[in-house]
Write a new protein. Structure first.
Length: 249
């Protein structure tokens, strides 16, 4: 049976970056681009691959469309929620792109509209899909791992999904990062330490606001393994931003 690989996941979590890498290196797959609904691609002959973040919310119908036609592989991109919440788009200069409760749709024409699901809704949908008994399973891939160790990620995908590649992710990742907009511009090479952009002082008010108004975000950060508990927030809010010293220390 032929296969379909669906790349999806959190907003600003590197799904377009991974998809570009796959387009340039994955052998034996028809990979249109840059973004197509899976149900518009599955009917195509041979092995296929598609990327669309909000296919998460169409997943039941995607499974139905693939049944008896193609085996369905799912790669879900994840990222530190704090970096997602501080993502920006140069076409949206006065607000952050993604919030806990809703996100902006930024069209090529017309003004931005805050009509898309927020981080919490997307994460809940990922959790629902992860609990499904899919025959081929799901690959959960962190953005931070992809940009820090692209070759290792490629090897894991080759082994885990039985894929064949004709090129090397590590030869493309910095070039692809540069082409995917300002939100990815701060990614460092694999041999450099990773610096969380959400820690920048100008994001402080944003982080405190979102995690205060939406305490469920703490569970997402812990569930994804970025923190062991919510203690990071207590330390963060206690910091003297001017001197980097905890108040009362």
């Amino acid at each position: 049976m032929n296969r379909h690989i669906l790349v999806t996941g959190h907003m600003r979590a590197g799904s377009s970056l991974l998809y570009s890498m796959l387009q340039r290196t994955l052998s034996g797959f028809n990979i249109p681009g840059p973004e197509f609904p899976a149900r518009a691609v599955i009917h195509m002959p041979g092995n296929t691959c598609s990327r669309r973040g909000y296919d998460l919310f169409d997943f039941d119908r995607i499974v139905e469309a693939a049944e008896g036609r193609k085996g369905l592989d799912l790669i879900v991109m994840l990222r530190d929620p704090r970096d997602i919440l501080t993502s920006f788009d140069e076409r949206l200069p006065d607000d952050y792109l993604c919030s806990a409760d809703r996100s902006y749709f930024v069209a090529a024409q017309g003004g931005p509209q805050q009509i898309l699901p927020g981080l919490l809704q997307i994460h809940d949908q990922i959790a629902r899909i992860a609990a499904m008994n899919l025959p081929l399973g799901i690959v959960m891939l962190k953005y931070e791992h992809l940009v820090a160790e692209p070759r290792r990620v490629q090897n894991l995908l080759a082994d885990g999904l039985g894929l064949t590649f004709s090129g090397d992710f590590s030869q493309y990742h910095t070039r692809e990062i540069d082409s995917h907009g300002p939100d990815l511009a701060g990614v460092r090479p694999a041999d450099a330490p990773r610096v969380e952009k959400w820690r920048a002082p100008h994001h402080r008010e944003r982080i405190i606001d979102q995690f205060t108004r939406f305490p469920a975000l703490h569970d997402v950060v812990v569930d994804l393994g970025y923190e062991a508990d919510a203690g990071w927030f207590d330390r963060y809010t206690a910091e003297d931003i001017g001197h980097g010293i905890a108040l009362g220390a």
